[in-house]
Design a binder for this molecule. Structure first.
Ligand code: CTP
Length: 403
């Protein structure tokens, strides 16, 4: 998404200025081109040379330089940028933008542009909670700037509180969101992800290899495109994506209940979870001891969540997944019909770069008319993009509906 996007990063003078170096690397790793404007105070915390080396671009610090050096910098930078980030943003720059003060290169550049702008405040907790700073932040939000919430934790001034620069990953995610066209604006999407765990006793359970990565990638992509996402997730170790609502569950029964309680509000339902088909008939209250030489487990059926929705889905778009080890297309097409889905995303566990735990997938999307679209290996985020593109086609045919 950030491939070839031009980002102008404004760095102001707070202790978190050193983290801006890491942010430049993260943006460049995603394919962005970065130019940096530093205030005089920022240069007290980290050198322009560091920023220049990392961004592979000249760093802009002065308002007044010979014309041949960089034209009228605040105008050319405003035109150059696809988006602006100010990280860290001090109370000073926030106050200046909110009050229309342009007294250095960064404040005048921000004043002279209308591009998507992400502001990441970082300061002492008392400064952040100061009513004037809060009023300024609210003013910026009202005007249309995106202001990230500062993180809580240890602060440089040896106190604990709210005021840390948000995680670099969060800043990058926000800028990607800001730059993504909002073609699912306001759409309510319910996504399930991850495995389920079916307990045998208090310390053991049956599960599968699902990591949740595909479902979480769908949640990330849907949020970026403006959807209101409800994510129902089995146990995973993944960082939580930005979503309107996240419900953590453990067992298939819990997932079933969470889906049933929430799917009616959704217009699109994507079931990427690898739900256990069976659970132990009896889950022992105490740890099972090894008295016997052999142990037989009796399993019973779990509810088939997607099949249940399929019976009452109305005009909602229902998307399922099929993970197979053989007869991929035939098995997937049969599941689509049997469970009344609109689309099924098939992937073959035996293919290198597809399936559980990888960051990539090789998907084939099948629709109700039997159209089959196969894609090469791609990242799970790219796969999520393709899946949502197909959902969009269905919606443009039959419209969005919760009934
Ligand atoms: N699914 C579900 N509830 C279940 C089992 C599966 O909602 N109890 C959903 C999955 O989330 C997926 C789709 O059904 O979207 C297909 O899952 P899969 O495990 O491939 O299908 P099964 O019907 O369980 O078939 P089998 O295990 O026999 O291949």
């Amino acid at each position: 998404m950030l491939e070839d996007k031009k980002i102008v990063l404004g760095v102001t003078g707070g202790i978190a200025a050193y983290k801006a170096a890491e942010l430049i690397r993260a943006l460049i790793k995603k394919g962005a081109q970065v130019k940096v404007i530093m205030t005089k105070s920022a240069a007290e915390f980290i050198t322009p040379l560091t920023m220049q080396t990392l961004s592979q671009n000249q760093v802009y610090t002065d308002m007044f330089v010979p014309a041949d050096k960089y034209e009228i910098a605040h105008i050319t930078l405003a035109e150059y940028a696809d988006a602006f980030i100010i990280a860290p943003a001090t109370a000073n720059i926030i106050g200046k933008i909110a009050s229309g003060i342009g007294d250095d290169l960064l404040s005048t550049t921000i004043m002279a542009q209308e591009k998507p702008t992400l502001i990441c405040p970082a300061m002492n907790d008392k400064m952040l909670s100061n009513p004037i700073v809060q009023e300024n932040i609210n003013k910026l939000k009202k005007i249309g700037y995106v202001v990230l919430d500062s993180a809580e934790g240890d602060l440089a001034c040896k106190t604990k509180g709210k005021g840390r620069l948000p995680d670099i990953a969060e800043i990058v995610e926000e800028i990607e969101t800001l730059l993504t066209p909002k073609d699912f604006k306001g759409a309510k999407i319910l996504i399930t992800a991850g495995p389920t765990e079916e307990p045998l006793d208090p310390v053991r359970f049956i599960t599968n290899l699902s990591s949740g990565k595909m479902g979480y990638a769908l949640a990330v992509e849907a949020h970026r495109r403006g959807a209101k996402v409800t994510l129902i997730s089995g146990p995973t170790n993944l960082p939580l994506p930005l979503a309107e609502k996240i419900i953590k569950v453990r067992t298939a029964k819990e997932m079933y209940k969470a889906v049933m309680d929430n799917y009616k509000k959704a217009e699109i339902i994507i079931k990427a979870a690898a739900v256990a088909d069976y659970c132990p008939k009896i889950s022992a209250a105490e740890k099972i001891k090894k008295y016997e030489r052999t142990l037989s487990l009796e399993l019973k059926n779990n509810p088939d969540i997607i099949a249940e929705i399929g019976k009452n889905k109305g005009k909602r778009v229902l998307v399922g997944f099929a993970m197979e080890t053989k007869n991929l297309l035939a098995n997937a097409a049969e599941k689509l019909k049997k469970k009344n889905m609109d689309l099924i995303v098939a992937n073959n566990l035996r293919e290198e770069g597809a399936g559980f735990r990888t960051d990539t997938n090789i998907i084939t999307i099948i629709d109700r008319e039997g159209r089959v679209e196969s894609f090469d290996k791609m990242t799970k985020i790219e796969a999520a993009e393709k899946i949502l593109d197909r959902v969009k086609k269905i919606i443009s045919r039959k419209g969005r509906s919760k009934k």
